[in-house]
Ligand binder design. Structure first.
Ligand code: NAD
Length: 278
């Protein structure tokens, strides 16, 4: 039996249980995926440590971790995988023999979604808007995909410069810089990635002026509710190659499935499961 779950707040609409249980069923695995919604259950944040220990003791194979615990979970773990150390956040915890190991599968999820969706993209200069938790995973993915440069913009300039400082240490100061005006930096970019919540159903709009996009540029948005954001609509109207947020969701889930079960997930089948629920 493979017991897994997701820990976070306001996660009752998550499609993760469906994605993991469908893939488990297709592989003939007895897999359950439970939601531990701290808001719905009325739990305080400091219940996180006891919950992890209880689940490990109950034989859980692992859990995904989301807002607001991706960083708070780190001191509660025994070991960090290289992916989580690079990003500075954990979205997947593996439980084996009482030992907790933290991984970040968002980074590989984004990378795989981008490579599959836009195999011929030019990456000499990429503009990333959004330097939060997801932005850090995306930035690491982009910087490991080639040797081009990355400009990072955020409405909160302190967040952009903090991420730039962290990435400079890992990839070198020549490859990454903070951008103060995203619309101005747009002109020189080969590709643009949105890692802000702008474009979500609850936050309509675009983080850059879509009127300034050029057909030679590619665009990736990681927002997945809805899949067609204002930014992507603007890009596609202009003929820019573009990918939506589904590749990252499916990619991160597929990696987590493998970490939980030891069995590789079938990405195509997971994509079909995701589409069936969209
Ligand atoms: P976060 O709150 O940690 O970071 C968001 C960042 O965007 C913040 O630093 C904020 O200052 C910045 N920001 C907000 N509006 C902006 C604007 N108009 N211009 C510039 N910067 C702006 O959130 P997060 O965890 O990084 O998630 C961001 C979004 O990514 C989520 O809303 C979600 O839709 C998406 N996401 C997708 C996946 C996926 O698998 N596809 C995974 C994680 C997150």
């Amino acid at each position: 039996m493979y017991k897994c779950g997701l820990i976070g707040r306001s996660i009752l609409a998550s499609r993760s249980p469906w994605l993991h249980e469908q893939e488990g069923r297709a592989q003939g695995l007895d897999l359950t995926y439970e939601l531990f919604d701290f808001t719905d259950r009325g739990w305080d944040d400091d219940e996180l440590g006891p919950l992890l220990r209880r689940l490990a003791a109950e034989g859980y194979r692992g859990v995904n971790v989301t807002f607001p615990f991706k960083q708070a979970v780190i001191p509660l773990l025994d070991e960090l995988d290289e992916s989580a150390a690079a990003v500075g956040a954990v979205n997947t915890v593996q439980m084996r023999g009482g030992k907790l190991t933290g991984y970040n599968t968002d980074m590989a999820g984004f990378r795989e979604g981008l490579v599959a969706g836009l195999p011929l993209r030019k990456m000499d200069r990429v503009l990333l808007v959004g330097a939060g938790g997801a932005g850090a995973a995306v930035a690491n993915a982009l910087l490991t995909l080639g040797d081009g440069t990355l400009g990072i913009a955020d409405r909160d300039p302190g967040r952009a410069s903090a991420l730039v400082a962290q990435l400079s240490q890992r990839y070198g100061p020549d490859r990454v810089s903070a951008v103060t005006d995203a619309d101005e930096a747009l002109n020189a970019a080969d590709g643009i990635v949105n890692a802000t919540p702008m474009g979500m159903a609850s936050k309509p709009g675009s983080p850059v002026d879509t009127g300034k996009l050029q057909p030679r540029q590619w665009v990736a948005d990681i927002v997945y509710f809805p899949l067609e954001t204002e930014l992507l609509r603007g890009a596609r109207d202009l003929g820019c190659p573009a990918v939506d947020g589904s590749g990252m969701v499916i990619g991160q889930a597929a990696r987590a499935f493998e970490i939980f079960t030891g069995h590789a997930a079938d990405i195509g089948r997971m994509r079909a499961s995701f589409s069936a629920k969209t």
